[in-house]
Design a protein around this ligand. Structure first.
Ligand code: GDD
Length: 364
């Protein structure tokens, strides 16, 4: 019974960051971007890294040039390390076009995304740099909405909201909904921690090189910029659509890789805790609790609960782990109804736990 009580206590402690978050949310009542937004049309360099994207790169470029923004103010920098015909397709796409201006960097070998981005950012010449992934689609007004944030001189970085998860992953859709609330609150308190690959924008003069081995390049750049005194915010009006795998194994792999990148970043930059205003005093500690502490509480809590149930009630105690397994297996909205958001959070915690376990093996 003591084990069961311990399990319940640990599981209850897992909920603590969320309770704290909800209380803060009710107090701050954040909505939209915290920046003093004004219509503004700075010059923009869109940096697009590509690795074997021949199937989709032309569509991506077509979407970019169709954005609601004066294209004579836009430059597209493609950093390519493909072994397929992606760079040739890029070249012919821009061959007869006056605007936007284009630069194609052909990297001889694949040296990793972070290195490619460092090169792309160094080549970009305009006032604002936007980084976007090939498999993400931007809303037509995404650039316009994002640039309005940079009219606020305190803002050096802007990221956007995943308005639709392409590929039909319900869990990912629910998780992104929760994340959007968290990031809005973080931005109103000071700055947000996570920057999203489908759309991240930075003031060029604030950009610094990132760790070439980074697995969370966008968030790392945002964090470095915040450490240097700039504000980095989430604006839900900046919308994009990102492909997420709905097949279980592929989704797990994608989520696990991202979780690993973020966990590693938090650990590497731990000296920022407690510094840099509310960013280091509230936002980073919340992310530590959510990403590093609560996955362990969840794992040990579940283990204690299962062990306690089995030692107390014998075979009948197996009903509890069986119910938990059924919950995990039923990660679908039809079955879980209003409990689906809990599953989305649970799903995130599983990725974070697997990242934490592998962290010592992969730390640089
Ligand atoms: N030049 C170059 N070199 N481009 C690359 C490389 C590389 O080695 N690897 C990937 N890319 C390009 C892809 O072609 C795509 O346009 C973009 O980088 C993102 O690659 P994905 O493979 O789709 O990334 P992901 O979905 O696993 O990772 C997401 O999260 C990361 C962590 O925050 C993306 O949003 C990444 O951009 C982000 O860094």
């Amino acid at each position: 019974l003591a084990l069961v009580a311990l399990g319940v206590a640990l599981l209850a402690a897992t909920a603590l960051p969320y309770v704290g978050f909800l209380a803060l949310y009710a107090w701050v009542r954040p909505s939209g971007s915290p920046a003093a937004k004004r219509p503004s049309e700075p010059t923009v360099s869109v940096v697009l890294p590509t690795y074997n994207e021949a199937r989709i790169v032309e569509n991506k470029l077509r979407d970019l040039v169709a954005l609601d923004y004066p294209m004579e103010k836009v430059e597209i920098v493609v950093v390519d390390s493909s072994t397929d015909e992606t760079p040739d397709l890029v070249e012919s796409f821009f061959a007869d076009r006056d605007a936007p201006a284009s630069t194609l960097i052909r990297e001889g070998d694949r040296r990793g995304l972070a290195r490619a981005l460092n090169d792309g950012y160094a080549a970009a010449e305009n006032e604002i740099i936007v980084k976007t992934d090939c498999d993400a689609r931007l809303a037509p007004d995404a650039l316009r909405e994002a640039m309005a944030n940079f009219a606020d001189p305190a803002v050096d970085g802007v990221t956007g909201r995943n308005a639709e998860v392409l590929g039909g992953s319900e869990v990912e859709t629910d998780y992104r909904g929760i994340q959007s609330h968290i990031q809005t609150l973080e931005s109103h308190l000071d700055s947000t921690f996570i920057f999203h690959g489908p759309f991240s924008a930075f003031r060029r003069e604030a950009v610094v090189p990132i760790d070439p081995g980074s697995l969370a390049d966008d968030s790392e750049l945002a964090l470095r910029i915040r450490r240097n005194g700039g504000r980095v915010v989430f604006d839900p009006a900046v919308a994009y659509m990102e492909a997420a795998h709905s097949a279980f194994a592929k989704r797990r792999k994608q989520k696990d890789r991202r979780a690993m990148g973020l966990v590693r970043l938090l650990v590497q930059q731990r000296d920022a805790l407690g510094r840099h205003g509310r960013y280091g005093r509230v936002v980073l500690p919340f992310n530590w609790l959510f990403m590093l502490v609560s996955p362990w509480l969840l794992a040990t809590g579940l283990a204690a609960l299962v062990l306690g149930a089995v030692t107390t009630a014998g075979v009948a105690g197996l009903a509890l782990p069986a119910a938990l397994l059924a919950f995990v297996a039923a990660g679908s909205r039809d079955v879980l109804g209003p409990f689906q958001p809990f599953y989305a959070l649970f799903d995130a915690q599983v990725s974070l736990l697997s990242a934490a376990v592998r962290l010592p093996l992969t730390s640089t």
